[in-house]
Design a binder for this molecule. Structure first.
Ligand code: F6R
Length: 366
């Protein structure tokens, strides 16, 4: 059932080209510049006029929500707030009938996420779900939703569900952009044409596996690790850190790269691996200065770079290439080497990759 892989986690990492393709199927028409989301189309008017979207989730799903915030604000120009479900539900949040509250949950059963949604519904908001498990509790209480269609995820650490959630949020961003006219038809055509290529680019990205494994051997004895990125690569850094800590038990933190000098920089020494997402996108030059700051303090740098990059490659101790793509889709590719890095480190440390200690696949109690 592991399809020849040693662990479900590795199998699920490798499934991502397929799972993203399934998630896109029937939803994008690149040549027409059109996104179609059957699950929420009844709410098209609401989406067109919405002033604020609130995303509630926990853990990895919350990280996907943060990527969604960048995408929806950038392309659809709607204000987005992303909240930990557990905090949102207990702080008497301000919600009105004008709001759309979106819950993201792989299992569709997470107690805090469910309760946050119930609260929002009570206050009159329109509630949507982005879930993977069909017919779970969350999709049953929502007004509408979009399934991720990643297929069953067995490994406790979420991998293909995360990239599918990000894919759905990307689709929602472009869908609202289409409704509101915040992107021209030709822009939409260009974005959707590139999005259609992502499963192929994911396939290419997965070829980094052997390279990542070598780097994992160099990092496996670390006791701490820092993950840094800017823009939508910041939540990718958070996700990279969460993956590493949950399956390898190495303490890791994700930060926006520019925040480093407000504290974490004090940690940097020759022992501390610092992983940068340093692809050739809008924040490239800024990230380069952050890498220089780490190198100047003797830190060990692993950089995720765009294919063909030489500048960062020369600066970093280790680098992994991913294919070039638009800013909008970098999270879908940059996440993959980080998943593989955690996986290999955990295997080398003899950890129970699919069933890490103290963790459950679905958290049905608060
Ligand atoms: C991390 C992980 C957890 C879940 C979180 C939310 O790899 O799996 O952080 O993301 O418990 O679960 P769902 O998405 O089922 O609500």
């Amino acid at each position: 059932e592991k399809g020849g892989y040693d662990h479900f986690m590795l199998k699920e990492i490798y499934e991502q080209s397929r799972s993203i393709r399934d998630c896109l199927r029937g939803r994008i028409y690149p040549e027409k510049g059109k996104v179609q989301l059957g699950g929420i189309k009844e709410y098209a008017d609401k989406l067109k006029n919405v002033d604020r979207i609130i995303i509630v989730a926990c853990g990895t799903s919350w990280h996907a929500g943060l990527v969604g915030e960048y995408l929806i604000e950038e392309y659809a120009r709607v204000s987005v707030e992303v909240e930990y479900a557990s905090e949102f539900r207990y702080r008497n949040p301000i919600i009105s009938e004008r709001d759309i509250v979106i819950a993201i949950s792989q299992s569709g059963e997470t107690a805090d996420t469910m309760a946050a949604l119930e609260l929002a519904k009570e206050k009159g908001a329109t509630i949507f779900g982005i879930c993977n498990v069909v017919g779970a509790s969350i999709p049953r209480i929502t007004h509408a939703g979009v399934y991720t269609h990643a297929g069953p995820e067995i490994g406790v650490a979420s991998t293909k569900a995360f990239t599918a959630q990000v894919t759905v949020l990307t689709l929602i961003g472009f869908y609202i952009a289409q409704l509101r006219g915040t992107l021209t038809k030709s822009k939409l055509i260009a974005y959707l044409t590139e999005l259609d290529q992502i499963p192929e680019l994911v396939e290419q990205t997965l070829k980094c596996n052997e390279e990542v494994k070598k780097i994992a051997a160099a990092f496996k004895d670390a006791s701490n690790c820092l993950f840094l990125g800017r823009g939508s690569s910041f939540p990718v850094a958070l996700e990279g850190a969460l993956k590493l800590k949950e399956i390898s038990y190495i303490h890791a933190e994700g930060y926006p790269a520019a925040e480093m000098k407000h504290g974490p920089i004090a940690l940097i020494d020759a022992e501390l691996p610092v992983v940068f997402i340093a692809t050739k996108n809008s924040s490239y030059e800024k990230v380069i200065s952050n890498i220089q700051e780490v190198k100047a303090r003797g830190g060990r740098v692993l950089a995720i770079v765009t294919e063909g990059d030489t500048e960062v490659r020369n600066m970093a101790d280790y680098s992994i290439e991913i294919p070039a793509t638009d800013d909008a889709f970098v999270p879908l590719l940059a996440t993959i080497p980080l998943q593989l890095l955690s996986y290999h480190i955990a295997v080398m440390r003899n950890c129970n990759v699919d069933q890490p200690r103290n963790l459950a696949k679905s958290v049905t109690v608060e």
